[in-house]
Ligand binder design. Structure first.
Ligand code: HQG
Length: 186
């Protein structure tokens, strides 16, 4: 299949929509652990007007800059590594986090966050980044970026579960205000 970089990006966005938020957009279902059948996915996306073949899917997964997707060992199934709004059980085990993680957000959300803490909003988890650079990129998607420093050492000590997704993004259910401080601008 011949396709341009632009088509690849477009298809990749639709793939992320299907695997994280709206499997029905490609007429498929995800299993309890978020896996989609690759053959059904290729057919469903193509029928939905987003033509894709095995080669293109393999290429999207391999070259994705955030490693958003994983295949099963035999490549008959695929799922998103994180970012879901649909309820899936990624079978992640809580692990000991680094002492500090970061959350990039936008200035317009700050007042609300400092009142009620970080909530998963439309997703399954609050997403935390391992470094400030990454957090900044996440925040900038929403507006003027603000970096929050999360005391994950204390969260862990206090019994909060933190998970590390396949692609290095950290996930947790929520972050109460007492663990959040605003990082100085840099
Ligand atoms: C904010 C991308 C008001 C939160 C990224 C964020 C990430 C609150 C927004 C992944 C709030 C939700 C996730 C509260 C949280 N009041 N606002 N109490 N609590 N918020 O997109 O973390 O490219 O759902 O700060 O790289 O920005 O899609 O989450 O600004 O890993 O693969 O509500 O998505 O990855 O926004 O990003 P999002 P996020 P992908």
């Amino acid at each position: 299949m011949q396709y341009t970089e632009k088509q690849k990006t477009h298809t990749s966005k639709f793939l992320s929509l299907v695997l994280r938020h709206q499997p029905e957009a490609a007429g498929i279902r995800l299993d309890a652990h978020g896996w989609a059948d690759v053959a059904a996915l290729l057919r469903g996306m193509t029928d939905a007007g987003q033509p894709i073949d095995t080669e293109m899917l393999e290429e999207i997964v391999r070259t994705d800059e955030k490693q958003r997707y994983s295949f099963s060992a035999d490549h008959t199934k695929i799922r998103a590594n994180q970012g879901h709004s649909v309820a899936v059980d990624l079978e992640l085990q809580p692990v000991t986090p680094p002492d500090t993680l970061w959350h990039g957000t936008a200035s317009r959300f700050l007042e609300s966050i400092m009142q009620e803490g970080l909530k998963p909003m439309s997703r399954q988890y609050v997403h935390l980044s391992p470094d400030i650079e990454t957090a900044k990129k996440v925040g900038i998607r929403h507006g003027k970026p603000v970096i929050l420093q999360i005391d994950t050492k204390r969260m862990h000590a206090d019994g909060f579960a933190l998970y590390r997704a396949e692609n290095g993004v950290w996930l947790t259910g929520s972050v109460p205000v007492r663990y959040i401080s605003i990082a100085p601008e840099r």
